[in-house]
Design a protein around this ligand. Structure first.
Ligand code: ADP
Length: 485
């Protein structure tokens, strides 16, 4: 019996449309793999444009009745879904580890983190405010209210198969919107399992659909072109985000974009070195480095750099590689061969440019898509790795001498998602957090994600915020009602 057989019975493998599992109209399927072995895990229905239309028809049909439910009813469904998700932590964590590769501990953490968006937005559903004012000229009354945007399309990535979905579905449902999810082709199973959880939690048919597809654009482009869709919310690469923004222009869709990052992680000369090392292990290695918030450029003051690199290499070199579901594994495989090839190419390019390899550096032979935990020191800033998102277990360290120099370096990128720095000086902490061009800044902290805080980027890292009290407004339109006196 394989690991997957233990949970097979609770995982839908059809499309999820109108509250039930269904085959694709064209009858196609595609396979999902275990990245630790390359073996096939499951065969999943493959949606096409015809299925997308079916899903949108059902979302449109359900939209007005869902919007008309009371905030308390919507909150209750979200709360029940959070409870069910939490009860099923072990099955969902195993499922996520099997299709995505991260360790079971990380997957359990994602069930808790991803679930928290459902609880948080169940609490926000009842706090959608409005405004009343008398017109200054005395001629009328001003009423301002918030209404659901309408049917939304959520396109999600493979790195957090659950949380990137709940971060969109939670606020959308709380606001009164219906949602169609197009999960990543590498990891559709977790989202299908979530759809079933919502059905059991009492979500009416049609409010949530899930469309796994091997041809993403084949499903999403017709939806974006259909003027019954009112919003697209996306997490993924900046490249694909730009394609979606162009398509969204034609129907003037509301958009939320969580795109790529190139996070700086700065260790000033007055940092607590031990704390900074613990922080960089989290900022770099959370999710095996496959996170858009991952520390991509580690700038360490030249007075500390050599010691920092040596101690980080010791910690990284001690990580045990293996399947995420095996006991004692610290680091699982990368998602697929393409991703591993791209990490390897960045490392090779950096070493060729003159970077010093302190540990790791290579792909691991054998089945699965493993890459050694790697530390590169004294990386020349001309190397590609300084500009490009790594998305793997590779720490690239650069030296610097002054605060002004490192702030300029940190900001010299088209991205602006997360940034981290370590200092014991309060003035500097405030000054640097103001100066960094990033949507999120971690001060003496290697993990910043929190369902109660607004997650989002500036520059080419995105548009809008997810989580916090801000997150629900991405799914609400403002309506002004002019009343006579
Ligand atoms: P990554 O580099 O993390 O794989 P992508 O941006 O390629 O990120 O993928 C994120 C999501 O976007 C996935 O669900 C993927 O299927 C989807 N996607 C990829 N290309 C397109 C496209 N042209 N149109 C719509 N969705 C796409």
């Amino acid at each position: 019996m394989t690991e997957f057989d233990r949970i097979r019975s609770v995982v839908p493998t059809g499309l999820w449309i109108d509250g039930a599992e269904t085959d694709a109209l064209a009858g196609g399927t595609f396979t999902v793999h275990d990245p630790a072995t390359g073996d096939t895990l499951a065969t999943v229905a493959d949606a096409t444009a015809a299925d997308a239309k079916r899903a949108l028809d059902s979302a449109v049909a359900a939209q007005s009745s869902w919007a008309a439910t009371s905030p308390r009813e919507r909150a209750a469904v979200l709360r029940r879904a959070w409870e069910l998700l939490t009860e099923r932590t072990e099955e969902l964590a195993l499922l996520m580890t099997l299709e995505m590769g991260k360790t079971l501990a990380e997957s359990r953490g994602e069930v808790a983190y991803g679930g928290e968006f459902l609880r948080w937005f169940s609490e926000e559903a009842v706090r959608i405010g409005g405004r009343y004012a008398d017109a200054p000229a005395g001629t009328g009354r001003i009423l301002v209210k918030q209404q659901p945007v309408g049917p939304c399309l959520a396109i999600t990535p493979w790195n957090f198969p659950l949380a990137m979905g709940t971060r969109k579905i939670g606020p959308a449902l709380a606001a009164g919107c219906t949602v169609i999810v197009k999960p990543a082709e590498d990891t559709p199973l977790t989202m299908l399992a979530l759809a079933r959880v919502f059905a059991e939690a009492g979500l009416p048919a049609g409010v949530l659909s899930v469309l796994p597809a091997s041809d993403a654009a084949g499903v999403t482009a017709p939806l974006l072109a259909d003027d019954r869709l009112r919003k697209v919310t996306f997490t993924g690469s900046t490249r694909v985000g730009k394609i979606l923004l162009r398509q969204a222009a034609d129907t003037v869709l509301r958009t939320s974009m969580e795109l790529g990052g190139n996070a700086p992680f700065i260790v000033f000369e007055d940092a607590d070195l031990e704390q900074a090392l613990a922080g960089v292990m989290l900022a770099k290695m959370r999710n095996g480095g496959e996170a858009c918030t991952a520390a991509n450029r580690i700038y360490v003051h030249n007075s500390l750099r050599a010691e920092f690199a040596a101690r980080l290499a010791e910690r990284m070199g001690a990580l045990r590689l293996g399947p995420g579901y095996a006991p004692d594994t610290d680091l699982g495989p990368l998602i697929n061969e393409r991703q591993r090839g791209s990490v390897a190419a960045l490392v090779d390019d950096a070493v060729e440019a003159g970077a010093v390899l302190r540990t790791g550096g290579k792909a691991v032979d054998g089945p699965g898509y493993f890459f050694e935990p790697t530390v590169l020191d004294e990386v020349p800033r001309t190397a590609r790795i300084h500009r490009e998102e790594i998305f793997g277990p590779v720490a690239a360290i650069y030296g610097f001498d002054t605060e002004d120099e490192v702030i300029a370096l940190a900001n010299d990128t088209e991205y602006g998602l997360a940034a981290y720095f370590y200092t014991q000086n309060l003035d500097r902490a405030l000054r640097v957090s103001d100066a960094l061009e990033a949507g999120m800044v971690g001060v003496n902290r290697g993990v910043i994600s929190d369902p109660a805080a607004p997650f989002g980027g500036v520059k080419q890292s995105g548009l809008g915020s997810e989580g916090g009290s801000e997150g629900i407004h991405e799914y609400l339109d403002t309506k002004y009602v002019a009343f006579t006196r």
